[in-house]
Every structure is written in C-alpha cells, then in structure tokens.
Design a protein around this ligand. Structure first.
Ligand SMILES: [Zn+2]
Ligand SMILES: [Zn+2]
Length: 108
C-alpha cells in the first residue's frame, strides 16, 4: 500500500500484539484498519513504541488524502478518544490514518 500523504512512499507493515498496522517510514504516519486503533489504544503503551514518534506537520495534516485500501477520499474527523485530534477516516472501509506525531498525542 502507498502512503496516502506522501503518495510515492510504500507503507511497511508492523505487527503489534497480533495486529498488523501499516506505517510510512518517511512521514511516520500510521494506517489502522477498522477497529485496530481502539484495540491498540487498549494495549500496553510500551508495545506501541515501534509505531510512535514523528512530528506533526501541519501541511501533511491538512492534506486531502485517499484511502490506501480503496481510494476513497478520507474525511477529517475528530478522534473518538480525543476530540482535539483530527484524524483522517475512510467512509468506506472505516480505516483511520494518523499523521506522524498524532498517535503520540492520542496517547498523552
Ligand atoms: Zn508518508
Ligand atoms: Zn478505505
């Protein structure tokens, strides 16, 4: 899958507690399939280290992106856990994209 924000970059998958998530090595954004994000927010914080980090870049955060799975335009929605964090969500497959640094903010 290609990164929805960098577009040219391929996402690499990482398995955390048997959940496979896809992360971009360039912008450090992370793609979660439906229900993966709430599942991972429930796990031990230490196990999330491989997908944490990154700096939130406003231009990437605002960038319109397409779902790496089905190409639908992602919509910017408030995170269910922290309303001030805006994540990108796919209206079709319900996957969620967190830009680099956003996951750290969700875990604060
Ligand atoms: Zn990227
Ligand atoms: Zn989708």
């Amino acid at each position: 899958m290609k990164c929805p924000k960098c577009e040219s970059e391929q996402l690499s998958s990482t398995v955390i507690n048997e959940i496979e998530v896809d992360r971009c090595g360039k912008c450090q954004g992370v793609w979660f399939d439906e229900r993966e994000l709430p599942q991972l927010l429930d796990t031990r914080r230490a196990s999330l280290m491989p997908i944490r980090g990154g700096t939130l870049r406003e231009e990437l955060n605002r960038k319109k992106a397409r779902c790496p799975r089905d190409g639908s335009e992602l919509t910017r929605v408030c995170s269910a856990t922290k309303a001030e964090i805006i994540v990108d969500s796919c209206p079709q497959c319900h996957g969620v994209w967190c830009d680099g640094g956003e996951l750290d903010q969700l875990l604060k």
